[in-house]
Write a protein that binds this ligand. Structure first.
Ligand SMILES: Cc1cc2nc3c(=O)[nH]c(=O)nc-3n(C[C@H](O)[C@H](O)[C@H](O)COP(=O)(O)OP(=O)(O)OC[C@H]3O[C@@H](n4cnc5c(N)ncnc54)[C@H](O)[C@@H]3O)c2cc1C
Length: 502
C-alpha cells in the first residue's frame, strides 16, 4: 500500500523535474552553442589594400603612413607628407579607428595616414579643457580624465573611436538633451592642403571650423583638439518597460520632467512575434558629486553577455531569450549607482562580429520627436520585406546642432540606431541597399535624415534631400582644397566632379 502511494507520487515529481531541466536546458544549450561557435577573429586586409570595419571596402592604396608617437615629429612628418603627396598628385585619406563603413578613410591609389599614435592628452585644471591628439581613443581619454574627476561631455555609446574620427563625423551619444559633439569642441589645429597649420574655432577661421566638424576628413588633417569636459558625477540607474507606442509619453513623463536626468537610451525588441512593439527606457539620474574612487571594474559578465547577444543571431528563439534575459538583468540593476565614466567606458567587444563571412552593419535615422511612432511603423513595414538580420535598435535624443556645416540635426530628434548582422555576399549587399533606400525615404518623408558614416547606400538624390547644403559643402571643399588632395570613397561617391555613383 505504502509503496504504491510512493510510486504514485514519484512520477509527477519526476515529470516536473524533467520539465524544469528541459525548460532550463534549452536556453543553457543555446548559450553554450553560441559561445562555442563564436569566431576567433576577422581577416586583415592584404598588403597594399585598405579596408574598414565593414570589410566591404577593400581598395588598393599607394601606401600606409603611420604617424610618429612623438607629437612634434608627427606634425613635421605630416607637413612633409602633404607637400610630397601634392607634388606627386597622390590623394591623402585619413584614418582613426576605421569604424566608419563606407570607405570614408580610404582613397583609391592614395596615401592613407594612420593617426592613432598621435594621442597625447593634457587637461587644463583651471578651464577644464582637454587638449587631445586626434588619434586618441575614448578608451584612452576616459581613464585619463577620470584621474582628474572629469568626463567627456558628448561621445558615442562605445569607447572604441578616435577623437579625430568622432569629430569628423560629428558623433552624438546618449548624453541627455545634448547637441552632437561639435557643440563641445572649443578649437582645433588643422593641417591644410597647402601645408600650413591653422587654428579653427567659433571666432578664428570660423567657416573652416564648421566645415571640419562633420567634414569627413575632406578639409585637412585635424591635429590636436580642445574639448570641453564635464564633472564625473555618480548616477542612479532606472528603467521601465513600455509599449513602443507609449515610449514618447513615458519619456515626456519620466525624463523631460526630471532635471536630474543625465543619460538616456531606449531599446526596442526585435523578435518577430511583437516586432518593435516593446521598448525599454533606460536612464541615469544625478546621485552625487561626491569624490568618486577612480578605476573601472572589469565586467565579470562579459562572456555571458556576448553569448546572449550571439544567440540572438539568425534565430527568433535567441532574440526572445535575449530580450527576456536583458529585462531580467536590468531589473536587478534598478537603483544601483555608477559613475558617468564607468557608463561611458563601454567596449563594443561584447557584440562585435568575429567571423569571416558575416559583418556588423549599422544604420541610423534622425527623426523629429513628433514622428517617432510613424518611423517605427515604417520599420515594421519594410524590415520583413528583406532578409537582413536586425539584432538591435536603440533610441537616443539629439538636440539641434548649430555648429557643423553638414548638419543632420535641425531640431530635436530621436536617433534610431539599427544594428544588423550581414552576410558578406553580393546578394546580401544588394538586399541591404534596397532596404536602406526604403528606410531613408521613410525618414525623409517624416522630415528626418540619415547618418553618413555608414554604408554609402543612399542615392545621390537622397543624400541631397537629407543634406540640402551638400552641394555647397562640396563646393567649399574644392575652394579650400583646389587640387582635391584630401579624398575618400565618400567624397568620390557623392561630391567629386566625376563621382562614382552607388
Ligand atoms: C559599433 C559602432 C557603434 C557606433 N556608435 C555610434 C554612436 O553611438 N554615435 C555616433 O554618433 N556614431 C556611432 N558610430 C559611428 C562612429 O561614430 C563613426 O564611424 C566614427 O567615425 C568612428 O570613429 P573612428 O575613429 O573609427 O573614425 P574613422 O572611421 O577612422 O574616420 C571617420 C572619418 O573621420 C576622418 N578622420 C579621422 N581622423 C581624422 C583626423 N585626424 N583629421 C581629419 N579627419 C579625420 C576620416 O577621414 C573619416 O572620414 C558607431 C560605429 C560603430 C562601428
Amino acid at each position: 500500500m505504502g509503496t504504491a502511494r510512493r510510486k504514485r507520487w514519484k512520477w509527477p515529481i519526476l515529470a516536473t523535474l524533467i520539465l524544469i531541466v528541459a525548460v532550463a536546458a534549452q536556453p543553457a544549450w543555446k548559450l553554450w552553442h553560441a559561445y562555442r561557435s563564436d569566431g576567433t577573429g576577422v581577416p586583415l586586409p592584404k598588403q597594399g589594400v585598405a579596408d574598414d570595419v565593414s570589410r566591404l571596402n577593400a581598395t588598393p592604396i599607394d601606401s600606409l603612413v603611420r604617424v610618429s608617437e612623438d607629437p612634434e615629429e608627427a606634425v613635421a612628418q605630416l607637413v612633409s607628407l602633404v607637400t610630397l603627396a601634392a607634388q606627386r598628385h597622390l590623394p591623402i585619406s585619413i584614418a582613426g579607428a576605421r569604424h566608419s563603413m563606407g570607405g570614408h578613410t580610404i582613397a583609391r591609389d592614395g596615401v592613407q595616414v594612420d593617426m592613432l599614435p598621435y594621442k597625447q592628452l593634457s587637461l587644463d585644471t583651471a578651464t577644464h579643457i582637454l587638449t587631445v591628439g586626434s588619434g586618441a581613443l575614448w578608451s584612452e581619454a576616459i581613464p585619463y580624465l577620470d584621474g582628474y574627476g572629469r568626463a567627456v561631455a558628448v561621445m558615442q555609446s562605445d569607447n572604441a573611436f578616435s577623437v579625430g574620427g568622432s569629430i569628423s563625423v560629428n558623433c552624438h551619444g546618449w548624453q541627455h538633451n545634448k547637441a552632437p559633439i561639435a557643440s563641445t569642441v572649443e578649437s582645433f589645429r588643422l593641417l591644410k592642403a597647402d601645408g600650413t597649420i591653422v587654428r579653427c574655432s567659433r571666432t578664428e577661421n570660423a567657416e573652416l571650423f564648421s566645415l571640419v566638424l562633420g567634414g569627413y576628413g575632406l578639409f585637412g588633417i585635424i591635429l590636436d583638439v580642445d574639448l570641453r569636459t564635464v564633472p564625473n558625477e555618480r548616477y542612479t540607474y532606472h528603467r521601465v518597460v513600455v509599449g513602443s507606442d507609449n515610449y514618447v509619453d513615458m519619456y515626456t513623463r519620466l525624463v523631460d520632467t526630471d532635471t536630474n536626468v543625465r543619460m538616456v537610451y531606449g531599446r526596442l525588441n526585435v523578435n518577430a512575434d511583437d516586432f518593435l512593439q516593446r521598448a525599454m527606457l533606460n536612464y541615469f539620474t544625478f546621485d552625487s558629486a561626491a569624490p568618486i574612487p577612480g578605476g573601472f571594474e572589469a565586467d565579470g559578465l562579459a562572456d555571458l553577455k556576448r553569448s546572449i547577444f550571439l544567440a540572438s543571431k539568425d534565430d527568433d528563439y535567441g532574440k526572445r531569450l535575449r530580450w527576456n534575459s536583458e529585462q531580467a538583468v536590468t531589473k536587478t540593476r534598478i537603483g544601483t549607482r555608477i559613475t558617468r565614466n564607468q557608463v561611458m567606458n563601454e567596449s563594443p567587444s561584447i557584440y562585435m562580429n568575429r567571423t569571416a563571412d558575416h559583418t556588423d552593419i549599422l544604420h541610423e535615422y534622425f527623426i523629429p520627436r513628433r514622428n517617432f511612432s510613424r518611423f517605427i511603423a515604417a520599420m515594421q513595414q519594410h524590415m520583413p520585406e528583406h532578409k537582413q538580420d536586425l539584432l538591435n535598435v536603440t533610441v537616443r535624443n539629439v538636440y539641434r546642432d548649430t555648429d557643423s556645416f553638414l548638419s543632420y540635426a535641425h531640431e530635436e530628434n530621436f536617433a534610431f540606431v539599427l544594428f544588423f548582422d550581414q552576410l558578406i555576399t553580393p546578394e546580401a549587399e544588394a538586399d541591404m541597399l534596397a532596404l536602406t533606400r526604403k528606410l531613408i525615404d521613410a525618414a525623409l518623408a517624416l522630415d528626418g535624415a540619415y547618418y553618413l558614416p555608414y554604408r554609402l547606400h543612399a542615392s545621390p538624390e537622397q543624400l541631397r534631400k537629407a543634406y540640402p547644403m551638400a552641394d555647397a559643402f562640396f563646393a567649399r571643399k574644392r575652394q579650400y582644397d583646389p587640387h582635391e588632395l584630401f579624398q575618400n570613397t565618400f567624397y568620390r561617391t557623392y561630391g567629386a566632379p566625376s563621382p562614382l555613383h552607388p
